[in-house]
Design a protein around this ligand. Structure first.
Ligand code: FAD
Ligand code: SF4
Length: 406
């Protein structure tokens, strides 16, 4: 049986430990309060639960502890400020083969780290409000650099984003709830894990993503929220992030840093498909942090359409992000179309993007090109209804981006 909490999350699996560290909302007075907590302010004191005798909570004086790099499926579940059930993110290294993670630790901890705890011999780092990591700034050659710790509402309210990348603002405004967007960061949003109910179930269910080799309960179970593209019998789940879809249509990049250096990864390559690895969500290596998101050329003609069962506080059944550039005669010079919640990564309709160049945005041939691209989909038994939703969302987003009345 699948157990959800009131907000669609789940409780940590039994026997697991949870790391509870509360962060204040980004910016403003509350943000400042996080940097200088009042004595006894236990809202920012991490707490470990689960009865592990080796658990110890400390805020400083940890320099002599060994550094270990573990990311993802350790026996820790993080209960972040925005909800229960996100997997804990831990740097350190013995579990995955010792990793030299000093730069990572330095970046994550620094003097302003919000919390550092020790799990037995493992140092667990909670990202603090690092100077610069929440900054949004123009890039010298054009484009925009968004620090990974910028919270979603700050990104959406940034004047440059509003003016030049409206698709990102729209996708953020369709994400979660206003309260969550005040806390959730853009970097972490890309790292949120699938909403597949079996993956998040409190009761054990076969799930290769949770326990590799255990099977996939969704294959013969509830699969109506599941994939149209890129799945295998190992996993038919989808990625739920809305901003990721906008970033994919923007050809944005994820900038990362780890002990082995920095990387610049296309958002379209950031998430892994089940054929790549069923127990990993992204290409991030253990100990690798997202530092920033980089947007390229402005895309003032861009839009996001999300279809969901209720208009707020709900994940997408399917969504579409579109950017379009028009020629002087109003025909399409260039378009990028990304679908959301149809695969374990935002799914670009590359064939349709090519086919519609030179057409008027409201030409019926545009819809036909989108339909032809969707004909390549391979819905699972319960997800076929999402094809019509995806087609409608893509068409609507394209017309909105192009400024054509609906
Ligand atoms: C009830 C609910 C509804 C939601 N609805 C939507 C929705 O409709 N659309 C949508 O897009 N999202 C939705 N979300 C997701 C939400 O918007 C947040 O993005 C998500 O919960 C992550 O929150 P957080 O910033 O607190 O990250 P955390 O939970 O703190 O972090 C998530 C993971 O990423 C790791 N991490 C964080 N920052 C970095 C970094 N810079 N580098 C490496 N690792 C890092 C953390 O350690 C953790 O493992 C919803 C969430 C909830 C709880
Ligand atoms: S679809 Fe993926 S996440 Fe869901 S049960 Fe199957 S393996 Fe697990």
């Amino acid at each position: 049986m699948v157990a959800h909490d009131a907000t669609g999350g789940v409780s940590p699996p039994r026997g697991g430990r949870s790391l509870v560290g509360q962060a204040a909302p980004c910016g403003g007075e509350l943000g400042d309060r996080r940097r200088e907590p009042a004595v006894g302010d236990d809202r920012r004191t991490p707490r470990l639960e689960g009865g592990d005798e080796a658990v110890e909570v400390v805020a400083d004086g940890i320099e002599d502890r060994p550094l270990l790099a573990v990311r993802g499926d350790l026996d820790v579940l993080a209960e972040g400020p925005t909800g229960v059930g996100e997997r804990g993110w831990v740097t350190g290294g013995e579990a995955g083969g010792a990793q030299p993670v000093e730069p990572c630790i330095e970046l994550a901890v620094g003097p302003a780290a919000s919390a550092v705890v020790v799990l037995g011999r493992h140092r667990v780092v909670q990202l603090g409000q690092q100077p610069g990591l929440d900054r949004i700034e123009p890039l010298p050659g054009g484009g925009l650099r968004i620090g990974a710790l910028a919270c979603l509402n700050d990104v959406a309210a940034d004047p440059a984003v509003m003016r030049d990348w409206p698709v990102l603002r729209m996708a953020i405004h369709k994400s979660a709830s206003a309260q969550l967007r005040n806390l959730a960061t853009i970097g972490a949003n890309l790292l949120q894990r699938t909403r597949c109910a079996y993956f998040r179930s409190e009761e054990p269910a076969p799930c290769n993503r949770r326990v590799p080799g255990s099977g996939c309960a969704a294959l013969d179970g509830h699969d109506d929220r599941h994939a149209l593209f890129g799945w295998t019998e190992d996993c038919i789940a989808t990625q739920p992030s809305d901003p990721a879809v906008a970033l994919a249509a923007l050809d944005a990049h994820v900038l990362t840093r780890s002990a082995t250096g920095a990387r610049r990864i296309a958002v379209t390559d950031f998430h892994l498909l089940p054929a790549d690895a069923v127990d990993r969500d992204t290409v991030l290596a253990p100990g690798e942090l997202i530092e920033a998101i980089e947007l390229g050329d402005p895309a003032p003609r861009s839009a996001y359409v999300k279809v969901r069962e209720r208009e707020s506080y709900e994940y997408a059944l399917a969504s579409a992000a579109v950017t379009v550039r028009l020629r002087d005669d109003g025909r399409i010079e260039n378009a990028r179309i990304a679908l959301g919640s149809v695969a374990l990564r935002p799914w670009r309709l590359a064939d349709a993007e090519r086919e519609i160049v030179g057409l008027a945005p409201d030409d019926p041939a545009v819809t036909e090109a989108i339909e032809a691209a969707l004909a390549q989909a391979r819905p699972v038994a319960g997800s076929a209804y999402k094809l019509a939703i995806a087609r409608g969302a893509a068409r609507r987003a394209l017309l909105t981006a192009a400024g054509v009345p609906l």
